[in-house]
Design a protein around this ligand. Structure first.
Ligand code: ZN
Length: 333
């Protein structure tokens, strides 16, 4: 078992070359949308750096003590830092903790590696704290960061990292890779490729968790139903998110609705659009709804959803955020 991440061959080649030529950088920033494979890639890179019995330079065995413990996130020289949950803020304390550990030499592996996940969630204090470590790199230390985009972290940080931009594959390529890797039928593979918007990592997860796919489709369906619903029904729906702890859940819903509104916008512009749709299963319903809408309805709705996500990040109550958004939704029957 060695590097195995689909659709990102060039990244693997680049990282392997860094190891082979002995030119690994002190810090790497893996950027790309959630689910594209940044974390998986960073873990495999860490294995390749610290493998005890690599089949060849730049590869890793997947079986040795180091490989196994890194894969299980249990290696003393492999430290992970992240916010409490996606969407939360990464504060300075965990970054300080990691810095302290990084100032020591590795216990047993060639490299002591810190993986900071979703570093775009780090607040300014946390980012500035990390800057120090980046400016004065200790020997035998590697810093791996992941972020949704490289512009989402401070430029002073990004400029000190080798930036690895990971892009989604197109739907057809994704679907082919999925057919090969998971032995899916063409239809099933295509459906997952659409739903994951070409993010192989997400597509594979979806395949393992059919209940997640069902939930996503149900949410999309609910989003479509909201268009036809009246104010009372919309308020009723928002009550589901009364509990402040449902913040994370609402965040996920809004991201799913963003994709839904984007689909509607695409279909409004071109009723035959299929290729870039996320909810290919709902294409007929979406098409008929989009044809009844005004041209500006969906762009406005997308903007409002973006704003709702900002409010959510600013700790506004989830119920209130959703109520506000639903009230801006055009009524289409
Ligand atoms: Zn190994």
């Amino acid at each position: 078992m060695s590097w195995s991440i689909l659709g990102h061959d060039w990244v693997i080649t680049l990282l392997k070359n860094h190891i082979r030529s002995g030119n690994t950088r002190h810090a790497y920033l893996f950027s790309g949308i959630p689910g594209i494979g940044k974390r998986t890639l960073a873990i495999q890179f860490s294995q390749a750096l610290n493998c005890l019995e690599p089949p060849e330079v730049g590869e890793f065995c997947g079986k040795c003590r180091n490989c196994r413990r890194i894969a299980n996130l249990q290696h003393p020289d492999f430290i992970i830092g992240q916010s409490e949950e996606p969407g939360a803020i990464l504060k300075i304390e965990p970054v300080r903790e990691i810095q302290k550990t990084l100032s020591l030499s590795p216990y047993e592996a060639p490299w002591r590696i810190a993986l900071l996940l979703r570093f775009d969630e780090a607040n300014a204090n946390a980012q500035n704290a990390l800057l120090k470590t980046l400016e004065e790199p200790a020997d035998q230390v590697k810093l791996l960061l992941t972020a949704s985009s490289d512009s989402a972290v401070l430029p002073t940080i990004a400029s000190r990292c080798e930036i690895i931009r990971m892009r989604p594959s197109d739907i057809v390529t994704t679907s082919r890779l999925l057919q090969k890797k998971l032995s899916l039928t063409e239809d099933d593979a295509l459906r997952l490729a659409h739903l994951s918007a070409g993010r192989i990592g997400s597509a594979i997860q979806f395949n393992d968790m059919p209940e997640t796919v069902e939930a996503i489709l149900r949410h999309a369906q609910e989003g479509l139903e909201m268009f036809a619903s009246n104010t009372r029904q919309r308020f009723q729906y928002a009550v589901t998110y009364r509990d402040f702890r449902k913040r994370g859940e609402l965040r996920a819903l809004l991201l799913e609705w963003q994709a839904l509104f984007r689909d509607l916008m695409l279909l409004k512009a071109d009723p035959d659009a299929r290729n870039s749709l996320t909810y290919i299963d709902l294409v007929d319903e979406m098409r008929s709804l989009s044809q009844k809408a005004e041209e500006h309805d969906f762009p406005a709705l997308l903007q409002n959803t973006r704003r709702a996500l900002d409010y959510l990040d600013a700790n506004v109550s989830p119920q209130l955020v959703l109520e506000n958004l639903l009230l801006t939704m055009p009524r289409i029957r």
